[in-house]
Design a protein around this ligand. Structure first.
Ligand SMILES: *Cc1c(COP(=O)(O)O)cnc(C)c1O
Length: 345
C-alpha cells in the first residue's frame, strides 16, 4: 500500500439512517454539510437517498448547488445559513430552500425571489442562528401566510439528554410555533435519541449517520489505514520525533507511518493517541509530524504493512477523546491525500 486509504462503508451509513429513522414516527432528513461530514457528499448523499431520505440539509448555498448536481431534481435541499447576500442565483437555479434567519434575510429573499420556497429558523436559546422570539412575533403572520416549507430550531445541549436546556428549548420552540400548519423540526442526532416530545415533524441527524456519538449504537462507517514506511529498533535513552518529547525506556520497535497533521490527523492527540493493528492498540510515540507519525509496534509479532487510525475497534470518538475534541472535528478534518474507497454500494 503506497497511499493511506480511507474506506467509507455505505451499507453502514444507510443502516445508521434507517436505525435513526426507526426511533421516531416522523420524517427523518439527512445533514450532509461540509461534504457529508468529510466523507464525500457525492457518495454519501445518494446512499442516504437510497435509504429513504427525501430532505437534505447543508450549511451554505454553494454546498446546496453541488448537492443538487449530485442528487438531481426531487429531494428537498435546505440551507441553514438562509439567504445571504449574493445567494439568489444559486438558490433559484438549484431550487434550494433557505432557512430564513432574520428580517433582513426575509426581505432579501422576497425581493430577489418572490414566490420561491423558504423555511424559517428560530432561536430557542442557543443564540447562534435564527429569529429571536420578538422578531418572530413581528414577522410570524407574514411569514406563515407564504406557507414556509419548515420551521426549525436547534438544541445546544442534546449530547447531554438530561441537561435542563433541552426541555427549556423545546418549550420555547413550542411557544413560538404551537398552532402553525408548517412542519416543525427541532432535533439533530441527540434529539432523535430523546423522547418523542423532541421529534416534531422532521428530524435532522448528521453525526449519527457517520458513526459518531451520541448515537452509540451506530455502525462503524469510516476506516483509515495508513502504510508503514519504515521501522527501526530504538534503544533505551533514544528519542523519537520533533522536540524529543518521547524517550525510550526499553528497546522499542518504532514504525513510521505515512500520515500526519496535514492529513487531518490531529496533532493534539500525540501523547494520548493510538494506531490500531486490527484489535491491538499501538501507541503514538512523540509528536505527530506534518506527514509522519512514529508508532510503537514492539508488542506485534511482525511489523504490519499498515496501521489503522480508524477501524471497527477505534472509532472517531476514541480518536477525538485523545485529541480533546469531538468526532465531528475528526471527520471533517480528514485530509485530501487519502485514496478514498466506498464499499457497500
Ligand atoms: C449540523 C446540524 C445538524 C446535525 O447535527 P448532528 O449533531 O450532527 O446530528 C442539525 N441541525 C443543524 C442546525 C445543524 O447545524
Amino acid at each position: 500500500m503506497a497511499q493511506a486509504q480511507l474506506t467509507i462503508d455505505l451499507d453502514a451509513l444507510r443502516a445508521n439512517w434507517r436505525a435513526l429513522d426507526a426511533k421516531t414516527r416522523c420524517e427523518t432528513a439527512a445533514v450532509v454539510k461540509a461534504d457529508g461530514y468529510g466523507l464525500g457528499a457525492h457518495r454519501v448523499a445518494p446512499a442516504l437517498a437510497e435509504a429513504g431520505a427525501r430532505r437534505f440539509f447543508v450549511a451554505l448555498a454553494e454546498e446546496g448547488v453541488t448537492l443538487r448536481r449530485i442528487l438531481g431534481p426531487g429531494p428537498e435541499i435546505s440551507v441553514f445559513s438562509g439567504h445571504m447576500a449574493g445567494d439568489a442565483a444559486a438558490i433559484s437555479e438549484a431550487q434550494l430552500v433557505p432557512m430564513i434567519n432574520d428580517i433582513d434575510q426575509m426581505l432579501r429573499h422576497v425581493e430577489a425571489l418572490p414566490g420561491h420556497p423558504f423555511g424559517i429558523q428560530l432561536d430557542s436559546g442557543m443564540n447562534r442562528l435564527g429569529m429571536e422570539p420578538a422578531e418572530w412575533a413581528a414577522l410570524r403572520d407574514v411569514a406563515l401566510s407564504q406557507n414556509p416549507r419548515l420551521v426549525m430550531s436547534h438544541l445546544a445541549c442534546a449530547d447531554e439528554p438530561g441537561h435542563p436546556m433541552n426541555a427549556q428549548q423545546r418549550d420555547t420552540f413550542r411557544e413560538m410555533t404551537d398552532g402553525i400548519d408548517a412542519p416543525r423540526s427541532l432535533s439533530a442526532t441527540g434529539g432523535v435519541l430523546m423522547d418523542e416530545s423532541f421529534h416534531f415533524d422532521v428530524t435532522r441527524p448528521g453525526i449519527g449517520l457517520y458513526g459518531g456519538r451520541p448515537f452509540t449504537e451506530a455502525r462503524h462507517v469510516a476506516t483509515l489505514e495508513i502504510p508503514v514506511i519504515q521501522s527501526r529498533e530504538v534503544l533505551p535513552g533514544e528519542t523519537v520525533g520533533y522536540g524529543n518529547t518521547w524517550t525510550a525506556e526499553r528497546p522499542t520497535r518504532v514504525a513510521t507511518i505515512s500520515g500526519g497533521y496535514a492529513d487531518g490527523i490531529l496533532r493534539a492527540q500525540g501523547p494520548a493517541g493510538y494506531l490500531m493493528a486490527g484489535e491491538t492498540r499501538c501507541k503514538i510515540l512523540g509528536r505527530v509530524s506534518m506527514d509522519l507519525i512514529g508508532v510503537d509496534v514492539s508488542h506485534l509479532e511482525t511489523v504490519p504493512d499498515a496501521l489503522s487510525l480508524l477501524n471497527a475497534h477505534q472509532g472517531v470518538d476514541t480518536v477525538a477523546d485523545a485529541a480533546g475534541t469531538i468526532g465531528y472535528e475528526v471527520l471533517t478534518s480528514l485530509g485530501s491525500r487519502y485514496a478514498r474507497r466506498y464499499t457497500g454500494q
